[in-house]
Design a protein around this ligand. Structure first.
Ligand SMILES: NC(=O)c1ccc[n+]([C@@H]2O[C@H](COP(=O)([O-])OP(=O)(O)OC[C@H]3O[C@@H](n4cnc5c(N)ncnc54)[C@H](O)[C@@H]3O)[C@@H](O)[C@H]2O)c1
Ligand SMILES: O=C(O)[C@H](O)[C@H](O)COP(=O)(O)O
Length: 374
């Protein structure tokens, strides 16, 4: 019998992990990601952990455990996982790199175009001052966002010191900060000692001072990439600056003081589309199959399967059509409705959105659909 502990927020968990697809007796124990603790591991002795970003994978969780062999995170970000420790323990780890790249890119485009609809026409063919979109981090999401921006005829000022120079990786960070109309952050959260160029508080008072007050800032990466204290000080000085946050330095709590100064604020749902979450589950299922398959079929003789196609309803939304009908964008995704829901969750007494309410907004979020980028 294979025992799996899984985050109950993993989309279609049981459609993927069951005795038919795995051709093996299994028990799947699903629970809130924050409840996956050393005590739960002690109680259930799982072979497999399937998690999302709210479960910290480290010595505190695993030092007293000898049962876990495979850990899958149905997320892009891995800053919640001490991968060095996991490798040292001989456990297999897989994340879902790129699973929601289109979802997040489309969230960013929705925010920009709903706040500045004039940007639909601010392109190289119709304007002598096309939109300059600054993108910091040009991996799966940043490079996908660049595709949408270039498709609208915008200019991209991109900065990624770990990628080769290219048509989008074309600027210094100072040029991005000083010359962009909008800056969108798409970096992992890395700390000193884990990266030559750590991204922790990358957007601090110095960086903000280099950004004209008319420059919009969008953060869908991780909250701590932006210094919240410095951002608050900047917004007190530059109340006209438009800031869109989907991630927050002190998640899952969000201060009302900060919320009041943001233009758009959403509860870490930029990647929350049916496609994005399903791809995440499919990818860790595939990684699990590969991992166990490598150990020989005697443990698990599994056929790899693409369940995603069966689980996705037909998708009528096409970027090419949306572009022709810009006024349709808010009907496709009303980002301001998500903003209102978060603001309505503020606990006046606490002067903040409480962690339990933030988590509930995410758990109960109605997954959007991605539009097809064609
Ligand atoms: N809000 C959400 O719902 C959501 C959804 C998915 C991912 N994310 C976050 O977005 C992040 C980026 O996702 P991705 O798929 O593009 O990851 P990715 O790993 O494909 O790309 C990250 C890029 O950042 C670059 N980078 C690293 N340090 C940098 C620095 N100091 N300056 C500039 N660039 C730097 C890397 O070279 C890489 O190209 C994830 O790590 C995750 O934390 C958030
Ligand atoms: O890293 C990611 O994939 C995203 O931030 C994702 O939205 C995390 O979502 P969670 O695991 O918190 O549900």
């Amino acid at each position: 019998m294979l025992t799996i502990i899984a985050d109950s927020n993993i989309a279609h968990l049981h459609d993927y992990f069951n005795e038919q697809t795995l051709n093996h007796p299994i028990q799947v124990i699903s629970m809130a990601g924050r409840d996956i603790t050393a005590d739960a591991l002690q109680q259930y002795q799982p072979d497999v952990l399937l998690i999302r970003s709210v479960t910290q994978i480290d010595a505190k969780l695993l030092d007293t455990n000898q049962s876990v062999k495979f850990i899958g995170s149905a997320t892009i970000g891995t800053d919640h996982v001490n991968e060095g420790y996991v490798s040292l323990r001989g456990m297999r780890f897989a994340n879902a790199a790129g699973c929601s790249k289109h979802s997040v890119a489309q969230y960013v485009m929705s925010a920009i175009l709903q706040l500045r609809p004039e940007y639909w026409a601010s392109n190289t063919s119709q304007s002598d001052k096309p939109v300059k979109l600054g993108i910091i981090g040009l991996g799966n999401i940043g490079s996908t966002l660049a595709r949408y921006a270039l498709d609208l005829g915008w200019e991209v000022l991109g900065y990624d010191p770990f990628q080769s120079a290219s048509v989008i990786n074309n600027a210094s960070v100072d040029k991005v900060l000083a010359q962009s109309d909008v800056i969108s952050l798409h970096v992992p959260l890395t700390l000193t000692g884990h990266s030559e160029l750590p991204t922790y508080h990358m957007i601090d008072a110095d960086a903000l001072a280099k950004m004209p007050s008319t420059t919009m800032l969008i953060n869908t990466s991780r909250g701590a990439v932006v210094s919240e204290a410095d951002l608050l000080a900047d917004l007190n000085q530059n109340p006209e600056r438009q800031v869109v946050l989907d991630v927050f330095e002190n998640e899952p709590t969000v201060s009302a003081e900060l919320l009041d100064k943001l233009t758009i604020a959403t509860p870490h749902i930029a990647g929350y589309t049916l496609e994005g979450k399903l791809r995440g589950t499919q990818m860790i299922f595939d990684a699990f199959v590969r991992s166990y398959g490598e150990k020989g079929a005697d443990i698990l003789s599994i056929k790899q399967t693409d369940l995603m196609a069966d689980l996705l309803p037909a998708n009528p939304y096409h970027w090419s059509q949306l572009k022709q009908l810009p006024e349709k964008l808010p009907q496709f995704y009303d980002i301001k409705a998500d903003d209102r829901q978060l603001r309505d969750s503020v606990n006046e007494q606490a002067g903040a959105v409480l962690g339990t309410d933030f988590d509930a907004l995410r758990k109960n979020y109605t997954l959007r659909r991605e539009w097809l980028f064609d």
